[in-house]
Design a protein around this ligand. Structure first.
Ligand code: G3D
Ligand code: MG
Length: 199
C-alpha cells in the first residue's frame, strides 16, 4: 500500500553514498518505536522503558537485492510534552518512520493529527514516510485498510511519498519489508533532487 513512489534503486544502491540514511522515528508514546529499533539492532525482543529524550542507534540492515544499508535512527520520545522536539529531528532527515499502535483506535485521531502536522512542515517537504502499523499480532488490531482511512493517508499530498507497512515489532515481522520500501523511496527522491540541481 502506498502512493506508488517505490520500486527502483539497483543502479545506485551499491555506491557508498547511498548506503547510509538518517531516519527520524516518530509516533505517539507506547506505539512501539523503541521496540522496533532494538528488534532491528539486536535481532531480538528487548524490553523497553518509556523514552524520556531520544535513542540514537546506527543499524546495518541487509535488504533485498544484496544491499546492506546503514540506518542512523533517531528514536524520539512520543509523549505530548516531548513532541515539540520532533522538529529538530525531522529538519535534515532522509526519511521518517511513523509508528502507530494498531490496537489503539482511540488515539488514532491524535496520531493522524501529529502525522499530518509533521508532513505539512516546509522542512519535511518531499521526505518519504514509512507508516508502521505495529502490534498486528494482537487480536483486536485494526487492518491496514482501516488504518489508512483513519490516518487519512490519502490526504498526505502528492509530494509526500509514503508506504503503510503492517508489523509486529516483538518478533520483527514486516520490519525489513518496510525499510526496503522506505529506502527505495529515499533513493528515488535523491535522484530527483540531483536531477533538479542539474537543471
Ligand atoms: P514507544 O517507544 O513507542 O513509546 P515501546 O513504545 O517500544 O516502549 O513499546 C510500548 C509497549 O508496546 C511495550 O510493552 C512493548 O513491548 C509493546 N510492543 C511493542 N511492539 C509490539 C508489538 O508488535 N506487539 C505487541 N503485542 N506489543 C508490542 P510494555 O508492556 O513494556 O509497555
Ligand atoms: Mg520509546
Amino acid at each position: 500500500m502506498g502512493n506508488g513512489i517505490s520500486d527502483q534503486s539497483a543502479m545506485f544502491s551499491n555506491l557508498p553514498f547511498f548506503k547510509s540514511v538518517h531516519i527520524a522515528m516518530l509516533g505517539l508514546d507506547s506505539a512501539g518505536k523503541t521496540t522496533v529499533l532494538y528488534r532491528l539492532q539486536f535481532n531480538e525482543f528487548v524490553n523497553t522503558v518509556p523514552t524520556k529524550g531520544f535513542n540514537a542507534e546506527k543499524v546495518k540492515v541487509a535488504l533485498g537485492g544484496s544491499r546492506t544499508v546503514t540506518f542512523h535512527f533517531w528514536d524520539v520520545g512520543g509523549q505530548e510534552k516531548l513532541r515539540p522536539l520532533w522538529k529538530s529531528y525531522t529538519r535534515c532527515t532522509d526519511g521518517i518512520v511513523f509508528v502507530v499502535d494498531s490496537v489503539d483506535a482511540e488515539r488514532m485521531e491524535e496520531a493522524k493529527t501529529e502525522l499530518h502536522k509533521i508532513t505539512r512542515s516546509s522542512e519535511t517537504h518531499g521526505v518519504p514516510v514509512l507508516i508502521v502499523a505495529n502490534k498486528q499480532d494482537l487480536r483486536h488490531s485494526l487492518s491496514t485498510a482501516e488504518i489508512e482511512k483513519m490516518l487519512a493517508l490519502g490526504e498526505l499530498g502528492a509530494s509526500t511519498p509514503w508506504h503503510l507497512q503492517p508489523t509486529c515489532a516483538i518478533i520483527g515481522d514486516g520490519l525489513k519489508e518496510g525499510l526496503e520500501r522506505l529506502h527505495d523511496m529515499i533513493l528515488k527522491r535523491r535522484k530527483m533532487l540531483r536531477q533538479q540541481k542539474k537543471k
